[in-house]
Design a protein around this ligand. Structure first.
Ligand SMILES: [Zn+2]
Length: 140
């Protein structure tokens, strides 16, 4: 709970309000942004444990207190790959639909696939029961 990510380790991404870890995450995002185009947007970057706790509690509330259901679409604090560098991308203007299957119908997603950027961590047949997330970019 007390683990902190220092300001010097991260960089704020213009126009997104989100942060990325310097190094591999930031380099990969910059490359993707350049190759896929200006419509591509960072929708979630690095998250510390406290941020993940807030998101998880909010998801648990939406799931009427069902922790198992909540954890299928959001990892519990300390277990998110967003804590080690993974990030999410979307398309400008798509809003909340960036976190739905709709994102996989965008030109941006098709370019991500064609260019080989998407190594999907949770495929549509994953055995962990985690929802399919075509917007999630795996770093490690
Ligand atoms: Zn993600």
């Amino acid at each position: 709970m007390t683990h902190r990510i220092s300001q010097s380790e991260v960089e704020k991404i213009d126009g997104s309000g989100h942060y990325l870890l310097k190094g591999e995450s930031l380099n990969q995002y910059n490359l993707i942004h350049k190759d896929v185009g200006i419509e591509l947007l960072l929708t979630s970057g690095i998250r510390n444990v406290v941020k993940q706790m807030h998101l998880f509690l909010s998801k648990t509330r939406q799931s009427m207190g069902n922790l198992s259901k909540a954890s299928r679409s959001l990892a519990p604090p300390g277990y998110s790959f967003h804590g080690i560098g993974d990030f999410d991308v979307g398309k400008i203007g798509l809003g909340e639909a960036n976190f739905t299957i709709d994102f996989s119908n965008t030109e941006e997603f098709k370019r991500l696939i064609t260019l080989g950027y998407v190594d999907i961590r949770y495929t549509d047949t994953n055995r962990y029961g985690v929802r399919y997330e075509p917007w999630h970019i795996k770093i490690i």
